[in-house]
Design a binder for this molecule. Sequence first.
Ligand code: XLS
Ligand code: NI
Ligand code: NI
Length: 434
Amino acid sequence: MKYDNGKIKFEGKNSKNPFAFHYYDAERVIGGKKMKDHLKFAMSYWHTINACGTDMFGGDTMDKNFGLPYGIERYKAKADFAFDFMQKIGIEYYCFHDVDVAPEGETLAESVKNLEIMTDYLLEKQKATGIKLLWATANMFGDKKFMAGAATSPNADVFAVAAGKVKAGIDAAIKLGASGYVFWGGREGYDTLLNTDMGLELDNLARLLTLARDYGRANGFKGDFYIEPKPKEPTKHQYDFDAATCANFLRKYNLTDDFRLNIEANHATLAGHTFQHELRVARVNGLFGSIDANQGDLLLGWDTDQFPTNVYETTMCMYEVLKEGGFINGGLNFDAKARRQSNTFEDIVLAYIAGMDSFALGLIKADELIRDGRIDEFVKDRYSSYESGVGKRIVEGKETLESLAEYASDLKDVKAESGRQEYLETVINDIMFG
Ligand code: XLS
Ligand code: NI
Ligand code: NI
């Protein structure tokens, strides 16, 4: 399979050209909005521009060094490649960690200087192409000083370095006009309580987030701050376990005005939830923000970060996004990498086409599902007893335990109705394949 290095175009579902979109038609309008604006695809810099196929048992299977030694020139070559790639594939946003876009120095000051040089370079590229930064973050889990966490490290100097990296990350986000700043608490958790002061660690995590919020707001950052839930890996117990845990954390520390959730599909399944469940929990808590679009392998217990191709999943994801009224500052970031054996440039292109087409199909099907109306109607009807009578009074807070006890005392033959799960699943199949 040979890719001619041209722009990837929409050719429709009858096309057999692997280097064309079969479903993603950026300008097609669905429900009053262009596909590209519904989906807001972003490229993850770490997987696409840096990850080279290393796993626990073997080294790189790809080379992304552009024949250059570690240093600014190599990172400029990476940026050139990144923007060229995004233009060819038709992606308008990207996301990065500080260390993805600039080489690290020996001190914080050196690293920050490199980041500034590189963000100047990226800013020029953004201006020239119209590509935007969806969100930035700082890698506070890779270096060995972060082995016991960053904000939750037992060592205050580590906390201070983390704070310095967050400051530089927020400065980069402001300079590049990002609409988000992410915290994925890589090692913010613990492996054993025998060596851990959980209460202090949680308070310190909130302290760093609060400092970041205050600094960002004072310096003109208007976007969202996000926490990205993940249950385990690398630490055994992550403090940002899932959406519900994060919601509770944000409420406890009064951070819900500025923080939302960045929900990743593979992290949801690692937590024993569905992707849709995590999105729904975020929504009902008013914390829906952004999405890391990928998928895991249910037979493997780790974060495989695969490109999403399961259309049932993308459909139910886009159902939640449409029900939410769409993204505001967030988008769909492909936190996904081509498999270790998919080690050619063509594979990266094919992987993005696969992910974008799968989400385009998901959007089309979610829109059909909503317009079809059977699912929503069923759910509405299922709860209709809360629309009048005693149900309405319960919802309105007009009943007491005593009044309900009196109301219920003589009721006979009280029963709940069928949940009709199998029927509803056939409705989904109708929409998918009908
Ligand atoms: C890792 C996370 C990471 C975040 C950004 O599991 O998904 O890639 O998205 O730090
Ligand atoms: Ni992620
Ligand atoms: Ni992941």
